[in-house]
Each structure stands twice: as C-alpha cells, then as structure tokens.
Design a protein around this ligand. Structure first.
Ligand SMILES: Cc1cc2nc3c(=O)[nH]c(=O)nc-3n(C[C@H](O)[C@H](O)[C@H](O)COP(=O)(O)OP(=O)(O)OC[C@H]3O[C@@H](n4cnc5c(N)ncnc54)[C@H](O)[C@@H]3O)c2cc1C
Length: 390
C-alpha cells in the first residue's frame, strides 16, 4: 500500500514575512527545536521590500536613542555567531565618520550614546578628516567624529543565510506564498494563504512595509515611504574602494535627517550594482507597498548630486544605478517589538523599523523567539512597546 504523505499544516510557530526580521526569527525558533513555518510572499531575498541593496550600516554610538545600545551589543555578537556557524563574512568593519554642526541631533546623539556605553569614538579636530580621508570637504564649524568599530552588513546574504540555517534546523519555509489573513480559532491561530490554511500555537508577524495590511489595529501607526538609493561612478575608483574609504553620515545644515554612504564594493564579492552607494535617511514620499513608483524623480537625483558636490567634490562622474527601497516608519521612528494587544498570549509583532532596523535583525529574531515561546525576554525592549501608540 502506498502511503501518501500529507504536507504538514500544524506548527508550533508560524512566521509571516521571511525578510530581515522573519528569517532571523525562523532561525532562532528552529534552533531551539520548535516546529516553524515561515511564509514569504516573494522570494528570499527580494527587492520589493526593505532589505535589498548590498549593504546596511551597523554602528553602536546610536544617535537615535541610547536605549538601542544594549541591543546592538547583542546584535554584533549574533552576527558574529552566524558568520562562524556558516563560515561566511557578513560584517565589514570600515569605520564610520560622522559630520555635522556640534548642536545637531546626529552629533549630540552619537556622543551621548558613546559616552553612556563606552563605545569607542574619536573626535577629530578640523584638519584630521582631510588628513585621513581627503576625499571629504568639510565646511568650517562642523564637528567630525569617527566610530572605528562601525561598518556594514550585507543584507541579502544575511537573510538568505538565516533562512537557510533555519531550514537546516528543521524549519519549513514557503516562498511565493502570500498570507491573506490570520485569525484566532479555538486555542490555535489559523493562517490562510493563497494556497492553504495552516494552524499554529503562536504567530509572529514580521511583514515589514506590509505590516499595516496584515495587522489592521496598527495600520494607522505605520507610514510606508519610498526611498531612493544611488550608485555613482567615482572619478577615481581606487580613492573610494573598500579599504580606502569609510562608511559616512552627514547632517547637512539645509536638510533634515542625514545623508550617508558606503565604500565602492567589488562586484565579484558583493554583486551588482557597482559604484559608490549613497542615500538620504529621511522619510520620503508616502506609498502603498503594492503600488510603488520605482522611477527616480530627477529632483531626488539632483539632491544627491548636491550632497556629493558639497562634501565629496571630486567624486561624481555619473549615475550608474538607482533603486527604490521601502521604509516602514512609526511616528517616533522607534521600532515596535511586542506582543499584540488583544492577542498577547499568541501573537508577537516586529515592525516600524523606520529605516534603521537591519543591523538589529540578528537580535530581533532572538527576541521574537523569546516573546513567542516564553512570553518575555531578557533584552531591554520596554521602549519598543506597541502601547505607546494604541
Ligand atoms: C534604502 C534603505 C536603506 C537602509 N539602510 C539601513 C542601514 O544602513 N542600516 C540599517 O540598520 N537599516 C537600514 N535600513 C532599514 C532596514 O533595511 C529595515 O529596517 C529592515 O530591512 C526592515 O526589516 P523587516 O523585516 O521589517 O522588512 P523586510 O526585510 O522587507 O521583510 C518583510 C517581509 O515580509 C514579507 N511579507 C509582507 N507581507 C506578507 C504577506 N502577507 N505574506 C507573506 N509575506 C509577507 C515581505 O515580502 C518581506 O519579505 C534601510 C532601508 C532602506 C529601504
């Protein structure tokens, strides 16, 4: 008699969205021996959400809020553990140079977090940047800080590795399977996709820019914006290459937020596109994540050229590539990592990463596994509670 094996439809935990945070959550749950189903509407990785584009800055002198620093300490440890486990380099320590007026939020915040948590930070006097990185032209009156322990993480590779390691540890991950809805059904949670209905004891929702669509109670709290990223051809490629040029953040006096960029990375190791990558960290135009205009507005490109002309005057030759990526912003630009009110025993959410979440993916997955299984975590995430909004 042939025994027909039915696909599993019951799991300890279902994770909706296998991107930055979801892939990591699947990994930590599978590693602890739980049966996990991860459901992803696109591929792993993909370019429709928030994790595409080769590089993400990681830093500890966190200008946004010093409360993030203990989470960052853990994030660094977890990235290193993933590198060791897979024999793959994910973190590149380039150092990060910060420029801005002394009273600017960026500069004040970097100094505050560094001094509270003893994060190594160098304060360079006016002549130093030109001595160390003559590529930059810094206006008089600007302060220059350098965080030697900062650098960047490769996001697509990281998401792929976490998902792959989750599968190696027994997780099931379905790609190209969009979740349509979820509901409480007796003591279980039922999750319906385009293909099937699955049931679990616990649910984790890590839907990124789609969080508002799949968690209706928080829909009003998440504003999705399109963000432009450009890769330019530098005039002297070698001056901006990985070992000659750091990551950077600049608080311009004329514009809110910050401009930031990376060294030009070799395509053989990091993939396309080639070039010197830069972007503007400030919420862009509001969009529906399913109807994103992926064309660059010439004004957005002029904006980036303005920054290059002002601070990296010898750099710009031509634009090589432009991509759009999505931010999912909360009102205060802090994340939400919490149990969902009304479903506290079973549903955990992580969303609203407001354009600065990737570096935390390695600790967010661990926290989500803690919250889903134990209902609590030892990591200090009180400031990320959803209650501040609802
Ligand atoms: C241009 C840009 C630059 C950035 N730079 C930095 C940086 O330098 N440093 C940094 O730390 N952070 C940075 N970030 C922010 C960081 O990338 C994001 O905060 C992070 O990727 C968010 O992770 P996420 O898991 O919430 O979203 P995602 O990684 O997008 O994952 C969400 C996943 O859920 C899936 N999904 C949604 N709905 C469904 C559904 N119904 N069914 C199935 N699957 C679903 C999506 O397809 C997606 O794969 C940047 C972001 C952008 C856009």
């Amino acid at each position: 008699m042939d025994v027909i094996q039915q696909p599993a439809t019951h799991f300890d935990v279902i994770v909706i969205g296998v991107g930055s945070m979801g892939a990591s959550a699947c990994y930590f749950l599978a590693k602890r021996g739980y049966s996990v189903l991860g459901l992803e509407q696109f591929d792993i990785p993909h370019e429709q959400g928030s994790h595409a584009g080769q590089s993400r800055i990681i830093r500890k002198a966190y200008f946004e809020d010093p409360n993030y620093v203990p989470l960052l300490n853990r994030a660094y440890e977890n990235w290193e553990a993933l590198e060791k486990e897979t024999g793959t380099k994910l973190y590149f320590q380039t150092g990060l140079v910060y420029f801005g007026k002394p009273g600017n939020t960026l500069i004040k915040g970097v100094k505050q977090s560094a001094s509270l948590y003893n994060v190594p930070l160098e304060k360079w006097d006016a002549g130093t940047p030109a001595g160390k990185f003559p590529q930059f032209k810094i206006p008089p009156g600007f302060e220059t800080l350098f965080e030697p322990g900062a650098g960047f993480i490769t996001p697509e590779k990281s998401v792929l590795l976490y998902a792959g390691q989750a599968i190696k540890n027994g997780a099931e991950i379905h790609v190209k399977e969009k979740v349509l809805n979820w509901k409480k059904e007796g003591s279980k949670i039922a999750v319906t996709t385009e293909k099937n209905t699955y049931r679990s004891n616990k649910l984790i929702i890590t839907a990124g820019a789609w969080a508002g669509k799949i968690i209706p109670p928080i829909a009003d709290q998440i504003k999705v914006t399109r963000q432009l990223v450009a890769w330019i051809k530098p005039r002297q490629w070698n001056n901006y290459s990985l070992h000659n040029f750091p990551c950077w953040m600049i608080a311009d006096e004329e514009k809110p937020g910050a401009y930031y960029g990376f060294p030009a990375l070799p395509v053989e190791t990091f993939g396309e596109p080639a070039g010197l990558k830069l972007a503007y960290h400030y919420p862009g135009e509001i969009t529906d994540p399913d109807k994103v205009n992926r064309q660059a507005d010439p004004k957005e490109i002029r904006d980036l050229e303005y920054i290059l002309a002002k601070y990296l005057p010898g750099a710009f030759e031509s634009v090589l590539a432009i991509k759009t990526c999505l931010y999912a912003n909360t009102r205060d630009e802090n994340f939400v990592i919490d149990r969902l009110p009304g479903y506290e025993e079973q549903v955990t959410i992580a969303c609203g990463f407001s354009g600065h979440g990737f570096k935390f993916a390695s600790v967010a997955g661990e926290i989500l596994a803690d919250l889903a299984i134990k209902g609590k975590t030892e990591m200090p995430i009180g400031f990320l509670q959803v209650q501040r909004f609802v």
